[in-house]
Every structure is written in C-alpha cells, then in structure tokens.
Ligand binder design. Structure first.
Ligand code: UGA
Length: 451
C-alpha cells in the first residue's frame, strides 16, 4: 500500500521504516528539513537499536522517502498516519499538532479524488479522533467522513525495543469509523500474521492505549507504596514480599513445570519511580481528562503522587544515614530514564539531582550516553558536574545512588565501591545489588523498601 506518515519522532519513524520493510511504499513527512535530509541520507535522527540499519535498507530498496511536502505525500498515498507529538502542558494534553496535521490533510483531501484513510497513531485522549479530528477533516476538506476513511491505531512501542515491538506486536488495535476504514487498515497489517487484530470503535482504541500505560505505571507505584510501608515497619524486605506475591500462578504461570517469568512481573518491583516520554505524560493526561469528565480518578492520581515522591525518599534515606548532605559529594549513577537510551525526559535522576542540590550537596552525574541531554536541563556549575566514567565519580564520594540499571553499573563490585569512595554508602534505587555482599565488603547498603 502507499502510506504517508506525518511526524518523524520515535513513533512515526519506527512506523514508517517498519511498514516499508514489510513492502509498503512509505513517505515520511516532517516540517524540519534537517530531519528529512538526515532520513534521506540513511541517518536515523533518533537513537533506537536496529532502526538505522532498517532505514538504510528500505531507502536503498526505494521503499521509503522523506519530505517536507505534505501535499504531494498525501496526494500520492492511500493512507495518512498521524504520528505527531501530544505533549502535556497547562494541566492537560496539548493537541495543537494533531489539529494542524488534520487541517493540512483535510486541505489536500479537498483536491484529491479517490478514497483516502486518515489514521491517528499519536496517543490522544478518548473522543479526539471521533470529534476533533473528524470535525477538522470535514471542515477543511468539505467532505463527509465515509467519503474518506478514519481510524485510530495506537502504538505499544517501548523505547529501546521499538523495532522489535512493531514487528512482533502483542496485538494490533484498529479503531475504525466504518467497515471500509477497517478493511483498508487491515491491509496495512496483513503481513503481521501471528498478531491478533482487535477491532473497536475510535474512542475505545484511544482508551486502550491509556489504560495499558496507566496500568503499568500503577503497578510500579503500588510496589513503591508497599516499599515505603516495609521501610516504616522495619526488618521487612519489599523484594522478598513482591517476589513471593508474584509467584501466584496468575502472575507467573508454570509451563512444562518451568516458571515463565513474564515481563509484566518486572513492573511489580520497587524502585525509584517511573519516567520517560510516555508514562508520566499519559497518566497525567488521563487524570486531567477524567477530571474534566466529572470523575476525579483517585487511583490514577495516587499513582502520580507516589511517583513524584519516590525519588525524594531515596534522599531522605541518605539524610538519615549521613545527617547532612551539605558539601557531601554524591555520585548519581545513571541519568537516562532507563538503560539503552539517552532519553532523560521525566527521569527520576532529575528529581534526585534537584533534591540533592536543594540540600547543598555536591553532585556528580554519571551516564554513558545521557550527559549532554542532562546538561541542557541542569548545566554544570560549582555544585554539579558530570563524568562518563563511574570510577571518576565514585572517587572520594560520600555516597552513591544507583538510578539507572546500566549493565556497566550493576556489575560494579562491592570492593570497587569500598576502594574508591571516601564513605562507602550505596543507595540502591533499583534493588539490583546484593545487600549481604556489600555489607561483607564494608559498604553501607540502603535499598528501596528495606531498612
Ligand atoms: C512504555 C510502555 O512500556 C510501552 O508499552 C508503551 O508503548 C510506551 O510507554 C508508549 O506509550 O509509547 P517506555 O516508556 O519506553 O514504554 O518504557 P518502559 O520500559 O515501560 O519504562 C517506563 C518507566 O518505568 C521507566 O522509567 C522504567 O525505569 C520504569 N519501570 C519499568 C520500572 O520502574 N519498573 C519496571 O519493571 C519497568
């Protein structure tokens, strides 16, 4: 099929490249000429494992091209997938990029003969596609929905695993306005044999996406809340508690007498909180929308509040141990919101750096790839500096806080901490280290959910 993809952020580009690799003819559209040039030169503007190789491959095969010219792209394709950003701002989701994309497409549809489907892939609050987008398309094209198709097809891509998640989806959700829109969208995915296709209406598709992210975020906050209770009681390890709980066969079934340890179980582990470009933004948007609809969402709101407090709990624990943080050198191990990405959006490391600086600590941030991005947010100064070398950061430090479980950091031995640091105290914000081994080496170990 001939497909145009509007917006080449991480969702748009992964979508365009993966669909082209499945044999579709794809045109990617972005307003920024610099990004378009990069794509056409086979350079991925974002870091995502496997993406650049696939991009290079589909460009060489003539299956994908990028342009700033939305009009010709829509004119020459059968489907337009909207994958522009939907940030959270001023207390609610900001839909301005969706609005302008819909308007521009509608203006082209006015002049276009033949059937065209518009599909929203961006994460948008329920009712966006069947009211806002539909109305804008009808107004700007002068046509009625039905003359053109309308669909909502959410993405379920994890950063760092986006190509794999796109190529092997757990489910393909197609919210469709009518049968013809659905049949057209189904053809886009006809090569994704094993994945179930779920047909729903437009607003249900939107709700599925939010519910999926809010559920995962809520599991994380639930585990973090339990961790605080364990800390308050004392002599209970949240890790033991949650590991035992998740052995329930409804979480962790046995197949051929082997536990399958589903990925979902990892969301039921205590840590320093969730971050990234999706969970915080989507959970806030859902909460704001629910309030607007007249229902204050208690659980979703609590998920956010627990998450906002969690990074500061690590600082409190450190304070209990050191008495004061003033002029203490604290190494923050890991800045990105999770390993294998340079993305620092809403990373717990940012709240931790802020909290440490407020207590007048001297902070050194360590990360293999995310230092440049963090510097833009918190420039280097007398109290804050950065190093890509963890040894440099740990040298003479009064304490270290593990925030991101980068493979190189979780391999640091207790002896290395002991030898490098002035006062060997480790706050394990991800519960990846072995407390006994650290204590045996003479390192004070502070773990989330363990006193
Ligand atoms: C998330 C969802 O996992 C995807 O299914 C969804 O498609 C995507 O958002 C999206 O809406 O686009 P992502 O933000 O890439 O994907 O990352 P996750 O791996 O889910 O991690 C999110 C945050 O939760 C991170 O800060 C991570 O450290 C934290 N997390 C994750 C935990 O604290 N515990 C875990 O077990 C897993």
């Amino acid at each position: 099929m001939k497909i145009s993809v509007i917006g080449t952020g991480y969702v748009g580009l992964v979508t365009g490249v993966c669909l082209a690799s499945k044999g579709h003819q794809v045109i990617c559209i972005d307003k920024q000429a610099e990004i378009v040039n990069k794509i056409n030169s086979k350079i991925s503007p974002i870091y995502e494992p496997g993406l650049e190789d696939l991009l290079s491959n589909v460009i060489e095969k003539g299956k994908l091209v990028a342009t700033t010219d939305l009009k010709s792209a829509v004119m020459n394709t059968d489907i337009s997938i909207i994958s522009v950003g939907t940030p959270f701002g001023d207390g609610k989701i900001d839909l301005r990029y969706i609005e302008s994309a819909a308007k521009e497409i509608g203006n082209v549809l006015k002049q276009k003969n033949g059937y065209h489907v518009i599909c929203v892939k961006s994460t948008v609050i329920p009712t966006t596609t069947d009211t806002l987008v539909k109305n804008i398309l009808e107004d700007s094209s002068g046509k009625k929905t039905g003359d053109f198709g309308l669909a909502m097809n959410p993405e379920f891509l994890r950063e760092g695993k986006a190509v794999e998640d796109f190529m092997y989806p757990d489910r393909i959700v197609i919210g469709a306005y009518d049968q013809e829109s659905f049949e057209t969208m189904k053809k886009v995915y006809e090569d994704f044999f094993d994945s179930p296709i779920i047909r729903v209406n437009l607003r249900t598709a939107e709700m599925i996406k939010y519910t999926a992210n809010a559920l995962l975020a809520t599991l994380i906050s639930y585990s973090n809340e339990v961790s605080v209770i364990c800390e308050k009681v004392g002599n209970i390890d949240v890790k033991e508690v949650l590991e035992a709980v998740t052995l329930d066969k409804r979480f962790n079934p046995r197949v051929n007498n082997q536990l399958i340890n589903p990925g979902m179980v990892s969301y039921l582990r205590a840590g320093c909180g969730f971050g990234g470009s999706c969970f915080p933004k989507d959970v806030q948007a859902l909460s704001a929308f629910s309030n607007e609809m007249g229902y204050p969402p208690f659980m979703i709101q609590a998920t956010l509040e627990i998450n906002n407090a969690q990074p500061y709990r690590l600082i409190e624990r450190l304070l209990e141990s050191l008495g004061t943080l003033e002029n203490k050198k604290i190494a923050v191990l890991g800045l990105s919101f999770k390993p294998e990405t340079d993305d620092i959006r809403e990373s717990p490391s940012l709240a931790i750096i802020k909290g440490l600086l407020a207590k007048k600590a001297k902070v050194i941030g360590v990360d293999p790839v995310a230092i440049d991005n963090t510097k833009k947010k918190f420039p280097q100064n007398d109290s804050l500096y950065y190093s890509a070398d963890y040894k440099n950061a740990l040298k003479d430090a009064d304490a270290a806080i593990l925030v991101t479980q980068w493979p190189d950091y979780i391999k640091i031995s207790p002896q290395e901490f002991k030898d490098l640091m002035k006062v060997p105290i480790l706050v394990d914000g991800r519960r990846v280290f072995n407390k006994s081994a650290f204590e045996a080496a003479g390192v004070q170990y502070i773990g989330v959910g363990l006193t």
